[in-house]
Design a protein around this ligand. Structure first.
Ligand SMILES: Cc1ncc(COP(=O)(O)O)c(C=O)c1O
Length: 453
């Protein structure tokens, strides 16, 4: 085939005899190659049935990401995905913030920008601005230069790097995580080399904080143990301590030299205010003690897939912070060498420009407000249906998620009968709801609690 089309095109091209000859040599060469590639290929001893991987069992889907896999397979036109922890508009669409588009536009049009590797610790501007965002511009830890901030792969990567650093260099290898918590926490910290234990956090009876249980468990943790704290908008419960409770937690932890490791995945998403949501972290930073914080820009800037985050370690003085940073580099280098440049450049562009920063806070507040309004609408819809039970936790809880209190049978029922998808612990993403879908969800909850007690 190849030779045919070649000779016909050459003869019609009006080429010289020399070029005709060259073309027919090339055609013969291609025919020979073609013959070679159609000869049978014999299976190597390690292929197909004899695979050296044949013994490997299929792993389970991730309990959170698996919800989306099941949702995608459902052909129902009324299906609703409330499993994924990602913001959706009233139209149910993913949102790229206008301010992010603007920053990207600036970056693309800046011809001086190159794609060279970043340093191991990431983009310097991004790191400085991220520390300022979480600790506050006038924070003593920044003024005294006793902090190191390294750019990591979003919140997850920051937790992992922090976990590995602690497993290597900190005298206590046990981390206490709240019960319940984000499903990835135990896996991240176990693989980082820490031993994971839990402290009581949520009280199913009140659908609120089990403050007494929390204080008892932290009180009996061994001195120096690491304590994972959700900075705000606790996932999955949406239940946060009050400022007074945070103060009591801080005092107890400092009195026992417990090491705070904050996970800040939702700054600005809980209250709509970046400063207010950072208060617990700032409260601990202000007392002069040491702490870690993992920041994510996935939710608050909608940069999910760009994987932008930062790990900060607050130390007693600048000298220790410098040495800590040198060791963080040794953790990061063999893990992924250095972080990606694009997302961090977007964040830095927004954080350093007063106008873009203001625009961001307005868009962020709009996302937080829409979530708060979904809470109110769902609560009202259940109230209107006379759904049995006290649903006030829907409006009391905060952040992206509501921990509904529905059990796994009720969740399975809602998926089967109403095509509503959520994690089996009854957590729903309020960000995935809209005014249009609230009635469908309220009908499903009503049916689940009245029929599946
Ligand atoms: C509590 C908590 N921590 C950390 C993360 C990590 O998110 P990412 O790695 O996408 O920044 C999430 C994401 O859902 C979360 O809910």
């Amino acid at each position: 085939m190849a030779s045919k089309s070649f000779s016909s095109s050459s003869s019609s091209s009006g080429c010289s005899p020399a070029s005709d000859r060259r073309i027919s040599v090339l055609a013969r060469h291609l025919v020979a190659e073609n013959a070679l590639s159609s000869s049978p290929i014999y299976a190597s001893p390690t292929s197909s049935a004899n695979s050296v991987f044949a013994h490997i069992a299929r792993g389970p889907e991730d309990p959170i990401l698996g919800v989306t896999v099941a949702y995608n397979k459902d052909p129902s036109p009324v299906k609703l995905n409330l499993g994924v922890g990602a913001y959706r508009t009233e139209e149910g669409k993913p949102l790229v913030l206008n301010v992010v588009r603007k920053a990207e536009h600036m970056l693309v049009n800046d011809r001086s920008r190159v794609k060279e590797y970043l340093p191991i610790v990431g983009l310097a501007d991004f790191n400085k601005l991220s520390a300022k965002l979480i600790f506050g511009a006038d924070s003593p830890v920044i003024r005294e230069n006793r902090i190191t901030t390294v750019q990591c792969l979003s919140g997850t990567g920051s937790l992992r790097v922090g976990g590995e650093f602690l497993a290597k260099h900190y005298h206590q290898r046990t981390i206490y995580i709240p019960l319940p918590t984000w499903g990835n926490h135990p896996k991240v910290f176990t693989l980082a080399g820490l031993s994971v234990k839990t402290y009581r956090y949520y009280d199913p009876a009140t659908r609120g904080l089990n403050f007494q249980g929390l204080m008892e468990d932290l009180g009996s943790a061994p001195s120096g143990a690491i304590i994972l704290l959700h900075a705000c908008a606790h996932n999955p419960t949406g239940v946060d301590p009050t400022p007074q409770q945070w103060e009591q937690i801080r005092r107890l932890m400092r009195s026992k030299a417990l090491m705070p490791f904050f996970d800040s995945a939702y700054q600005g998403f809980a209250s709509g205010s970046l400063d207010e949501d950072a208060q617990p972290v700032r409260m601990f930073a202000a007392d002069g003690g040491e702490l870690l914080v993992a920041q994510s820009y996935a939710k608050n800037m909608g940069l999910y897939g760009e994987r932008v985050g930062a790990l900060s370690i607050v130390c007693k003085d600048a000298d220790v912070a410098g040495r800590v940073e040198s060791q963080l580099k040794l953790v990061i280098r063999p893990m992924y060498s250095n972080p990606p440049i694009h997302g961090a450049s977007i964040v830095a562009a927004i954080l350093k420009d007063g106008n873009l920063y203001n625009e961001w806070t307005i868009e962020l507040k709009a996302m937080a407000d829409r979530i708060i309004s979904m809470r109110k609408q769902l609560f009202d819809a259940l109230h209107a249906r006379g759904t049995p039970g006290d649903w006030s936790h829907i409006i009391k809880q905060i952040g992206m998620f509501t921990f509904t209190g529905l059990n796994s049978e009720q969740v399975a029922f809602m998926t089967r009968e109403y095509h509503i998808y959520m994690t089996s612990d009854g957590r729903i993403s309020m960000a995935g709801l809209s005014s249009k879908t609230v009635p469908h969800l309220a009908d499903a909850i009503h049916a689940a609690v009245t029929r599946m007690k």
